[in-house]
Design a protein around this ligand. Sequence first.
Ligand code: KG4
Ligand code: ZN
Length: 350
Amino acid sequence: MRVLGIETSCDETSASVVDNGRILSNVVVSQIDVHSKYGGVVPELASRKHIEAISLVIDQALEQSGAGLEIIEGFAVTRGPGLIGALLVGMGAAKGLALARKAPLVGVNHLHGHLFSAQLEHKDIGYPFIGLVVSGGHTTIFEVSGPFEIERIGATRDDAAGEAFDKVAKLLGLGYPGGRVIEERASKSINRSLKFPRALLKDDAFDFSFSGLKTAVLKHVEQAFGVSIDSRPGSFHPVDRSAQTAERQTQIDDICYAFQESVIEVLATKVVLAAKTRNIPKIVVSGGVAANNALRNHLIERSQSEGLKIVFPSVKLCSDNAAMIAHRGETLLKAGIKDDLSMDARSRWQ
Ligand code: KG4
Ligand code: ZN
């Protein structure tokens, strides 16, 4: 079934054509440059940028797929969770196209998009599996027994892992988003003796907490650099770049390493615990943070030693993209699940 997918939940405008689980096109236009100077996504700007980009992105996705609109058999769009104004842009476009084409439309849960994204490249994953979705907005563990048997068994109680990367990068003056730059700086670390706390490791639930780690990094930076950082929400004052000596740069590398190690160990411990407790020997990790090579390597090693199989989507399918939405949409539409034009957007949706 040829499905056009649309994704506009945050700061990527994306459209993709998928046919029977095969990606024919996947166009992603990122707004990172627009938001980076504000240190995070500005919702109003995100909506405006989606409006500017959406038609072009859909046109390109159709063109690159070699499929005209007339042979699209269904439309899938991210319904939530995400920024309401941003979601509405994609939903408006999808509704208009479905109406014009008189083809079925389905709203897709963004988390389920990530959760099943690895199937696009690994056809033989099968069921059941333990799915970890680890992104800027979510850190959630699912037990997945079938395409429609999805049990959420753990989630973060405060910050998402990607959000922690972004906040720590901001306080270190490393810009936005923080994941890739922290990974790069961590790889340069020479002194690897610094250690930050690992939250909830003794707790046998599958929940996470990353806000304490962020505070531990902040306290360490204040002490090590002799600065005072305002940690009230929205008011991080980044470490002044102009005052950064070579020695301080080295310290930042080491802090990035220690922070990243703490996140990795918590994620790995919880997901392995979930697999063992639920007696499911297969783990699928997806979402923007799953692009992190140190995390991937750690998880591969740990799974091997525990006798578990581990699967990741390729890096380009880890961050937000419409191919994962089209793929999930295709599964739903093939099962006869669809929505009508009165479908609303959902800022929160488990
Ligand atoms: O899945 P995604 O594109 O958007 C959401 O649904 O949130 O994930 C974006 C998040 C950001 O927080 C970003 O810092 C993080 O993924 N990220 C990474 C890496 N690349 C992106 N985190 C750690 N290491 C990376 N290499
Ligand atoms: Zn996402």
